[in-house]
Ligand binder design. Structure first.
Ligand code: SF4
Ligand code: SF4
Length: 86
C-alpha cells in the first residue's frame, strides 16, 4: 500500500517525531555509531553499523502503532516502505 503524499516539511516533522519516540536505543540489537535512529522511517532505513539481529523491540514502540507499521528489524532489513515493496 502506498503512503500518503507528504510535503517535505511534513516529512521532516514526522521524521523528528519518529526519532524522538524511537526505542531502538534500548534494543539488544542496537549499536550506537552516531547515526540517525527510527530506521523504519522511509528516508532513514538501514543502519550502517547494526548487523546482528539479537531481537527487535519495534513491536512495542509507539511509532509502530502511530504509523501502522507491519515489519521489524528496520535497522538490518530496511524501512517499512522498503520492506513492503519486496
Ligand atoms: S518502530 Fe522501531 S525503528 Fe521505528 S521508531 Fe520504533 S523502535 Fe525505532
Ligand atoms: S529496528 Fe528493531 S532490531 Fe533494529 S535497533 Fe530498532 S528495535 Fe532493534
Amino acid at each position: 500500500m502506498e503512503g500518503k503524499e507528504m510535503t517535505p516539511e511534513e516529512m521532516e516533522q514526522k521524521k523528528k517525531m519518529a526519532i524522538e519516540m524511537c526505542t531502538c536505543r534500548t534494543c539488544p540489537s542496537f549499536k550506537d555509531c552516531g547515526e540517525e535512529i527510527a530506521f523504519c522511517f522511509p528516508t532513514i532505513g538501514k543502519s550502517k553499523c547494526i548487523t546482528e539481529e539479537k531481537g527487535c523491540i519495534c513491536g512495542s514502540c509507539p511509532v509502530t502503532e502511530k504509523m501502522g507499521l507491519k515489519h521489524g528489524y528496520y535497522c538490518t532489513k530496511g524501512s517499512e516502505k522498503e520492506q513492503s515493496e519486496i
